[in-house]
Structure formats: C-alpha cells, structure tokens
Design a binder for this molecule. Structure first.
Ligand code: IVH
Length: 817
C-alpha cells in the first residue's frame, strides 16, 4: 500500500467508525457487532502505525486508551465548580422564584429546565479547538486530572472545528454509565462470580478513576454536557450556549426545555416524573436555571450555590405494598436466601413483585409479620429493598414470620453454624441445587470438559429425575429415546402446595393464540401488571382486536380460558400463573376427562410428562400448539451432541477426573500433585495420614477433606460406577513422564494476554514441563510471565514481594534450553 492508498483507506475507516459511534451514542442503535467494530478499529490502528504521518489527533484510534496513570494530578479549576441548592416541594420552588423576582427587581425573566443527571461532574477545557484537560469536580476549587480516561469516551470531541469556536473555552457536564451498560457489566460479573456494582453512578465514578485507560475504553461511558464557560463568549443566554455546544458536536440531552415562568417549571417537573425512567441513564431530579446570563450575573452566588439555579429532587422512590408470602431459595452451596413475594406495585418505572430479605436476621430486624404492608424503596440500586412495616395496617391476629426449619428443595432440617448469618441445607448429596453445583463442577472445562452439558440442561435432567449424581451422567448413554422431547427449562412452571402444576400466564396465552409473538405477550403483561387476572384477560382481548390478529379465533380462545377458570373456582389461585390442567382442558377437553388431566397434572412436573401419562394419539396440529406451552425441548441434534461429549470425556486423564470429583480443598494443582504421587485412586484411598503428610504441599486440612470424602458411601459408590463406565482412575504410562523437566519445582503464574497460549493452554504447558501453575500473586511464586496488559495492581504487588517478572519470549527460551 502506498501513502495515497493508505490515506484513502484511513479516511474511509474513520468515517465508518465515526458513523457507528454516532449511531450507538446518539441513537442507541447498532448495525454491526462489537467484534466487527473492533476489527475496523484494529485495521485503522495498524495503518496508522505503518504510516505514522497519517495519524490525526482526532482519529477514533485515539480512544482505545493504553495509558497507565499511577496518580491523578490535582488541577485548579479556572471557574469554581459550584454545587446546587436542593428543593423537594412546590412551596420551596415558589419561595425560590420569589427570591429571584426580588433579586431582579421585577424584570421579566425565563427559566431553562434540564434533567439532573446522576453521574460524575466533569470539566472539559479546550484550547485552539483541542481537548487539553478533563478534570473532576473535586472540592469545587480543584479536582483530579482524568484526561487520559476521558479521551476514551467516544462522543467527547477530541477536537472542535468550526467558524465561531473560541480559542479557549470550557464545557461542563456529567459523565455517566448508561443503565443498559451497567446491567450488562453486572450480568458478566455475576457470571464470573465477582462482586456486583451497587449502582450506575458508583460504577461511573469508579471507572473514571481507573489507572488503566484501556479498561475505561471498554466500559462505554457516556457524557451529557450542560454548561459553556469562557471569557468573551458571544452568547447572552444559557439556551444559546447549549445550542452552540450542540452545534460543535457535544452530546446534549434532548430533554431540556425553555419555559416562561415557574408554572412552566412545575409542568416540566410533572412531565418527567415518570417518563424519566425511559431515559438511558439515572436521573434524580430537575435543574432550573435563569436563562439570561446577564441576569445570572446580577443574581450572583451565596457561599456555596448560585442564586440563579436550583435543583428539584424527586422523592426517593418508595411504595407500600402487601407481603404475600416468603419463599426460600437454595443456592448451589446449600445457602438459604429468603425472598419476599409482594403484591405487584409500580415503583420507579418498573413493577416490583419481589425483594430480597437476605437472611433470618434481616427479617427479625425489620420485624415483619405475615401479611404485613411493607414499604419498598428503590434508590440508585436495581434490586428493591424492604425498608419498614406499616404497623397501622397490621392484621388482627397476625403472626411473626416462622423462618423455615427444613430445606424447601429436599426437606432436610437446616443448620446454622456459629457466627453465620445464613442457614444451610446439609443434604449435600441429594438436594437438587447442590447436585447441580457439583455436576457443574464435574463437567467444567478443566475437569471432565463436557461443554454440551450446560446449566440449563443439567437442571432439566435433575428436575426430571434423570440424574442425581455425576455418575448418573454416564447412564444417559442408553436413554437417548427417553430424552427426546424433554423440556429443557422449568422456569415456566410452578407447583402449588397440593402438587398441582401451574404454568405462567404468558406461556398459556402464547399457546392459546396464533400469530402473536411471545415478546408481544410479555410486553402486554408488563403493561397490565397491576390488573387482576380476569381484567387482564379482557384487556388482552381488546389488544387482539387492536392488533387485528386473527381476531375471532384468538379472542375466542381467551374467552375459553376465562370461562374455564371460572368453571373451576375450587383450584387455588397463583399470581401470574394458571393451572396447567385448565389450559390443557381447552385443548384436550373433547378427548379426555378433566379429572384425568387434573390427576396427571398433580403427578407430573411438565407438559411432556402429562402427555406421556395420558398416552393420547394427537393430530400433529394440536401437538404443535401444545408444544408452545413447553420450554425448548431436547432434540435429536442436541442429544447426540451431548452423548458424544459424555463419551469423549472418558478420555480425560486421571488428574482431571480426580479434580472433577469435587473433593473439598482439591483444586487443579493438588489433584495433579496427588495423581502423580499415588498414581491411582485406590492408592490414594488407602493412603494413611502419614503417607499424605509426607507430600510437600499437603497439610492437615487437606488430609481431613480426603478422609471425609472416602468415608462417605455415596462417594465410593459413585467412584465404582464411574470405573465401570471406563473413566480413568489410574495414571497412564505416558502421563507419568512430563514432556521435560525444564520447570521442575517451579511455581509459575502468567498474567495479561499471552501471544502463544490461551488461558488454559499455559496451565497445561507449565504442568507438562514439570512446573506448578499458581493462580494468584503470592510470595511462593518463582516468577511471573508478564503478558500484554497485565493489571497494574498485580504488577505492584509482584514488585513489592520481589517476584521476578519475565517476558513470554524469555519463558519460552527456558524450555528450549
Ligand atoms: S448545573 C452552578 N445542570 O449536580 C451549578 N448540574 O449539585 C452548575 N448536575 O455538580 C451545575 N445534572 O454534577 C447542572 N443539568 C444539570 C445537572 C447538574 C446534574 C450535577 C452536577 C453538579 C451537581 C450540583
């Protein structure tokens, strides 16, 4: 490529990338995936590296970060960053308006209304059109220089061009993390078992203070600007200033509005009270400013706040609702969490039906009784919490909450260890969520590596009685036929106390109607969340008429459901669910007696099971409609894929099998150590305490765990069954011999991105050459392989402990020697 061609391609890429940024930030739309976007950016960076003369300071490549800031410089603000006074009531606003009137000697004046954005205040200074400094508010007089991080925010102009751009000016605004991004990050953190971030504002302020700007770049921060400052700016009103910065390409929230008096302000406040929840970020109020800059100057400041602007804060969102019941969730480790089921109430733009109660102490602290009316609050946090009880509405004869004594999943008496807040179910081997936890570990990539057995499938197999231990997985091999058509997820069902099966209303409506998508039904039910069941069904019929989708037959089916529900007043009611038997009666009524259906729906846990039990010969069309009630089902492809994965797992080495067994305190390294030492499970089982303690790296706790494990009959049974299925419980000849001994006795960690290895590969590689892979920085390490982008805190810790860091090349050279 010559200079000319490169320049052309760079211009093309720049245009394309800017287009996608604009779409994403200004219109909340995307046309290409993150991956495709990164590809464009990578190509641009490659070309700019190859042709450095063609790199422009405002190239989108300048947003990817990479600078590490050890300590943020303190910088003095040119103009003080004031805070705003707060008001909470109309009276306080009218009083503010009166002060303004007096202050201006009864001239005319206008207000400019904006939303109060809940993020981190920022000041951006531009000189000769170039962004030179971004500083946080700090104490108002001086703040932290976070320029490197702010540069990664893709819709903050790095350079401003145009006719009337002053040589020097400052814009101020609010940096925020869009709610959507916040939820995405938290979902990822949850999946990785990391601590969740409390709210978008904390997340934004934490991100802005990160030392590594390349991580900031990945977080998709955003920014709304709401103030222009500078000497000799030719603007007379705040409104003009806003229009000007908008025309320079700054991101301004379209929610602003100029109004002629305080009544207009009150209207604006009302207008946004609920609607603000549809905005992409959190807002907690409204800011009203006097529009004329001259009048602003006339009014001036108090010690802390301007006299020409004030904030109105919406009340902390709280609502009162009835506690319907408390359910108890059992985690994968057996920990119990109580959850309050609430009568649906609308709060901060969503319908709240549940709130976590954390543990027994929390219930005691709140003093909740059965059927109490409770206050729920939603601050910046996403999960609502119960803050108190309305004692006035306590029902006569109400009882305090009896915390459960038995596990809701398996009925085993719960235990609570000294000093622990949570109760636990001790039935490690037979409690379904705990079985799930153990099987998830067993199939985990670095253990048996059966990736076709994901959580949803495992749960379905446990719930429907196909597996209850990891040894059962290998019995599935002969059951392909039975698995066909089995339902994958159980989320649409609920069992009532008597054992009667219920299904979500959304699934029922979906199956009963045609040409209406599941999403449309979900959206409708969200809207109708506060209507009682029968009214919801009437409203749904209305909706069908409005949509004009197969009106006579669809409304007719809903009418059938209404009547069928009325015909069976004896069946208990459950919020958002309807009895499966009633729905099936509509489909099967002419073929089977209702009592038969009812009986089957008490015995079975799925539609699949009920249909098998009723043993009907149904026409295909009917079968298809009933299928809409089910979740995804196991199909042939999925089943054969799963069975192949299971079969292939039998080739996993002894050390992987040992790790997969889930013996407490036996991680990957210990499994390897023990496997190599004892060479077979039998010898490990026979080992005495002395035998075990002799091994370097084995301590008392581990000895206890091993002995506990082999003392349980269930574990021995499982091992003997796994042996019969052909899993490896012995080291094979070639495995005893490492590929080399180049790393013998060395404890090693790799950090950052490596060029020659994926995450898992480096672990195996180290082990194959006699070394031991360690997963965290500790003083025991012999050295660290430093990959690209190793975290600064890890680096610092390593330095402190005096652990040598070597490059990937140096590491590879060690093996060659
Ligand atoms: S104007 C002199 N407008 O609220 C006051 N501030 O309590 C200049 N804020 O530090 C601020 N949205 O971080 C203004 N539309 C808005 C705002 C806003 C949020 C924040 C800002 C400021 C704090 C004042």
């Amino acid at each position: 490529m010559n200079d000319q061609e490169a320049a052309k391609r760079i211009a093309q890429l720049t245009k394309e990338i800017n287009h996608h940024n604009q779409l994403y930030y200004q219109e909340s739309r995307i046309e290409i995936s993150d991956y495709e976007f990164d590809q464009l950016l990578e190509e641009l960076i490659r070309l700019e590296t190859e042709f450095p003369d063609l790199l422009s300071p405002e190239s989108p490549s300048q947003r990817v970060g990479g600078t590490i800031t050890k300590e943020f410089k303190t910088v003095k603000h040119e103009y003080r960053m004031m805070s705003l006074g707060n008001t909470y009531t109309t009276e306080e606003l009218l009083a503010f308006d009166e002060r303004v009137q007096k202050g201006l000697g009864h001239q005319d004046y206008e207000y400019f209304c904006e939303m109060k954005f809940d993020g981190v205040a920022i000041s951006l200074v531009y000189e000769n059109g170039q962004l030179v400094r971004a500083v946080t508010r700090g104490d108002g007089t001086q703040g932290d220089d976070v320029t490197a991080n702010v540069q990664t925010i893709r819709n903050i102009p790095l350079k401003v061009t145009g006719k009337h751009v002053p040589t020097k000016f400052e814009v101020r605004g609010e940096i925020f993390l869009p709610i959507r991004e916040f939820e995405k990050i938290n979902a990822e953190r949850e999946a990785n078992g990391e601590a969740l971030m409390a709210n978008p504002r904390n997340a934004a302020s934490g991100t802005l203070k990160m030392q590594d700007s390349s991580i900031v770049a990945k977080r998709r921060l955003n920014c709304y600007l709401y103030q222009l400052l500078g000497d000799d700016l030719e603007v007379e009103t705040h409104e003009k200033g806003i229009h000007l910065i908008e025309s320079w390409g700054f991101n301004v929230s379209p929610t602003y509005q100029k109004v002629k008096d305080i009544q207009g302000v009150l209207k604006y406040i009302d207008h946004w009270r609920e609607k603000r929840h549809t905005l992409p970020l959190e807002t907690d109020g409204v800011v009203l400013k006097i529009n004329s800059l001259e009048q602003q100057e006339e009014l001036g400041f108090t010690a802390k706040n301007p006299r020409w602007a004030i904030a109105y804060k919406y009340k902390a969102e709280s609502a009162e609702t009835e506690l319907l019941s408390i359910t108890y969730q059992v985690g994968r480790t057996g920990a119990i969490t109580p959850v309050a089921n609430l009568s649906p109430v609308s709060l901060a733009g969503t319908t709240v039906k549940r709130a976590s109660l954390h543990n027994a102490n929390e219930i005691k602290r709140l003093g909740i009784f059965e059927g109490d009316f409770v206050y729920v609050e939603k601050g910046g946090e996403i999960i609502p919490k119960i803050t108190g009880v309305n004692l006035q509405k306590r029902k006569a004869g109400a009882h305090s909450i009896d915390y459960i004594k038995e596990c809701p999943e398996c009925g085993t008496p719960l235990v609570r260890k000294e000093g622990e807040a949570k109760h636990f179910c001790p039935n490690v081997h037979h409690c379904p969520p705990q079985i799930l936890g153990r099987i998830e570990h067993f199939v985990f990539k670095r253990a048996m590596d059966i990736d076709s057995l994901g959580t949803e499938r495992i749960r379905a197999l446990i719930d429907q009685g196909f597996i209850s231990s990891y040894a059962d997985i290998y019995d599935l091999e002969g059951k392909a036929k039975e698995l066909l058509g089995l339902e994958m997820s159980h989320d649409q069902y609920e069992k009532e106390e008597s054992g009667l099966l219920y299904i979500t209303l959304e699934k029922a409506l979906f199956a009963l109607t045609e040409q209406i998508s599941f999403k449309q039904i979900q959206d409708f039910l969200e809207e109708a969340a506060e209507l009682p069941l029968f009214e919801t069904l009437r409203a749904f019929q209305e909706k069908i008429r409005k949509w004009k989708k197969k009106v006579p037959s669809n409304t007719g089916m809903v009418e059938f459901l209404l009547n069928a529900l009325k015909d069976h007043p004896e069946l208990p009611k459950m919020e958002d669910y309807v009895p499966v038997a009633v729905v099936l009666e509509i489909f099967l009524g002419r073929r089977v007696d209702f009592d038969e259906i009812l009986k089957a729906s008490k015995k079975e846990g799925t539609i699949h099971g009920i249909l098998l039990r009723l043993n009907l010969d149904l026409p295909d069309e009917l079968r298809e409609r009933i299928k809409k009630l089910k979740a995804n089902t196991f199909q042939e492809g999925v089943i054969s894929n799963m069975l192949e994965g299971i079969k292939a797992s039998k080739e996993q080495s002894f050390e992987k099998v040992l790790f997969a067994l889930g013996i407490r305190n036996i991680g990957e390294n210990t499994a390897q150590l023990l496997a190599r030492h004892f060479k077979s499970i039998d010898r490990l089982q026979e080992a005495t305490e002395e035998d075990l303690l002799e091994i370097n790296g084995v301590g008392e706790t581990l000895v206890q765990s091993i002995q506990d494990f082999f003392s349980e009959k269930e574990n021995l049974d499982n091992i003997s069954r796994l042996k019969t299925h052909g899993l490896k419980f012995k080291l094979e000849e070639n495995e005893t011999q490492p590929k080399s001994t180049a790393l013998a006795g060395k404890k090693i960690l790799a950090s950052g991105k490596l060029e020659h290895f994926k995450r898992d590969e480096i672990v195996d590689f180290v082990q194959d050459h006699g070394g031991q892979y360690i997963t965290s920085v500790s003083k025991n390490l012999d050295f660290i392989i430093e990959g690209e982008g190793m975290g600064p805190s890890k680096k610092e810790k390593a330095k402190k402990l005096g652990i040598p860091m070597i490059s990937e090349e140096e590491f590879l050279a060690m093996i060659k020697e």
